[in-house]
Design a binder for this molecule. Structure first.
Ligand SMILES: Nc1ncnc2c1ncn2[C@@H]1O[C@H](COP(=O)(O)OP(=O)(O)OP(=O)(O)O)[C@@H](O)[C@H]1O
Ligand SMILES: [Mg+2]
Length: 450
């Protein structure tokens, strides 16, 4: 049945501010159309932030005043708003709370039930007069959260004693059980739980893979694993939250290591996914490429970071090839609006997991070069021009990253990963001889020899 909803959209500037009204037309679970009007008071603010850089840009504030805007390119849903909605895990939590069957609710219902601590700096409420719902979940509740998450994972009802999971369990996206929690010092982490059916300790492997990426020179938030009873939990620091005093401006590394203290306020960084930057639907993600993301960096990111972000993205592509992370879909790439440069930039790295495989020929989710999604270094070296990198610069990135990845076992042991888990994921890590063949040397589309 068709239904129209009018929802209040809020942005966290120095506190919550109403940004505008979102109108959604839906037919059961389908979003038929959306429109958004920025509030004029919001547009008058010098620190107003755009909800979506593609469809709701603030480049022409005067031109969009009192106008109902629609998603760009015939899309029915704004990417920036979709990024603030829950994914499959958060939807299970909301369905458990509302006692509804899987995927049965309107998108607008999922949108308003995700709470006010979602990724980035947006909140969506049932009306512009609604108050935020900031369910706080702290360290002491982690064990209850995990128990509740396991029950939801198994489709079991949640007893009142475990309802803490509803406070923050659906605030962040993704498919695995997780919650946003605050540690004893007051810093927020995304806690990713182990599942009953995991073949090895996914929290340990994810932590070690992220730390290794950091050693390879990629930008990675702090990660650690905690043991709770018999369960392991991976904690990754939230890169969309940081602490600063007054108008103090911090660079990305300082934001990622900032701590609460007297006079310090917790701030929120706006976030959009790669899907939003490429203005495409989830189902089109496998048709996209790393070079499409490199073009989006050029088009939407601040000029001061374009070169570094393209280099970082190329490095992430190489790392994903080397560790066989084929879950590199466009929602696993993100961008944040950096107040220091007043522009968009690549977010720190997240959600990288090696996938063990017996296959010699492997693909990533996104295309890499002239040979499509084929996960080889030869293929990656065909596309360096599209990242504005010389062949030498691209080769240097490969060498820098492989120098560490080839030693992965030593690193993983030093991070405390168990021997049996190392054995189980061994086949995910590629040997250079298998993915870089001199006989494949060809002329590339771009006329450069490799
Ligand atoms: N460190 C972080 N800080 C802030 N937001 C994060 C962080 N890590 C992930 N996110 C956000 O939370 C979402 C879910 O996290 P993540 O991708 O790690 O979960 P997942 O369940 O493994 O996902 P998938 O379904 O892709 O396997 C991401 O898409 C991103 O929007
Ligand atoms: Mg993910």
């Amino acid at each position: 049945m068709e239904k129209e909803s009018k929802l209040g959209v809020f942005s966290y500037l120095d506190g919550w501010e109403p940004s505008g009204i979102l109108t959604m037309n839906e037919d059961n679970t389908q979003v038929l159309s959306s429109a958004f009007s920025y509030g004029s008071k919001y547009l008058d603010r010098i620190n107003a932030i755009e909800i979506d850089p593609v469809s709701l840009s603030l480049n022409d504030k005067a031109g969009i005043k009192h106008k109902a805007l629609n998603p760009f390119g015939g899309m029915t849903y704004f990417g920036g708003i979709r990024d603030a909605a829950p994914d499959s895990w958060g939807r299970r939590v909301i369905e458990s709370k509302l006692k509804a069957p899987p995927d049965s609710l309107n998108e607008s219902v999922y949108l308003i039930h995700a709470g006010s601590n979602r990724v980035g700096s947006l909140d969506i409420r049932s009306s512009i007069n609604d108050k935020p719902r900031e369910g706080e979940v702290n360290w002491a509740n982690l064990e209850y959260l995990m128990e509740a998450a396991a029950r939801i994972d198994e489709g079991l009802p949640i007893p009142a004693s475990l309802e803490v999971v509803y406070a923050n369990g659906s605030a962040l996206g993704g498919g695995r059980p997780k919650a946003s929690i605050r540690d004893e010092l007051g810093v927020q982490y995304l806690a990713k739980f182990s599942g009953v059916k995991d073949p090895y300790s996914i929290p340990d492997i994810e932590m070690a893979t992220m730390r290794l990426a950091s050693i390879c020179g990629l930008t990675v938030p702090a990660v650690r694993v905690v043991q709770l009873g018999t369960k392991r939990v991976m904690m990754i620091r939230r890169f969309d939250r940081y602490f600063s005093k007054g108008q103090q401006s911090l660079n990305m590394t300082e934001m990622l290591t900032s701590m609460p203290g007297t006079g310090y306020m917790e701030k929120r960084l706006p976030f959009v996914s790669g899907l939003t930057m490429l203005n495409c639907h989830e189902s089109d993600s496998p048709k996209k490429s790393y070079s499409d993301l490199a073009s989006a960096i050029k088009k939407h990111c601040h000029t001061s970071v374009i070169k570094d972000d393209q280099r970082e993205l190329y490095g992430r592509m190489i790392y994903n090839i080397l560790v066989s992370n084929d879950d590199d879909h466009l929602r696993n790439h993100g961008f944040v609006l950096d107040p220091n440069i007043k522009g968009w930039r690549l977010s720190p790295l997240y959600d990288v997991m090696p996938r063990p495989s017996l296959a010699y020929d492997r693909n990533l989710h996104l295309s890499i070069g002239d040979h499509g999604r084929m996960a080889t270094i030869n293929n990656a070296l065909t596309s360096h021009v599209l990242f504005d990198l010389s062949l030498e610069a691209a080769e240097e990135i490969v060498d820098r990253i492989y120098k560490h990845v080839r030693e992965w076992k030593v690193y993983f042991e030093s991070f405390g990963v168990q021997e049996k888990d190392i054995k189980l994921i061994d086949s995910a890590f590629r040997k250079m001889d298998d993915i870089r063949k001199n006989e494949y040397k060809t002329k590339t589309k771009h006329g450069l020899k490799y």
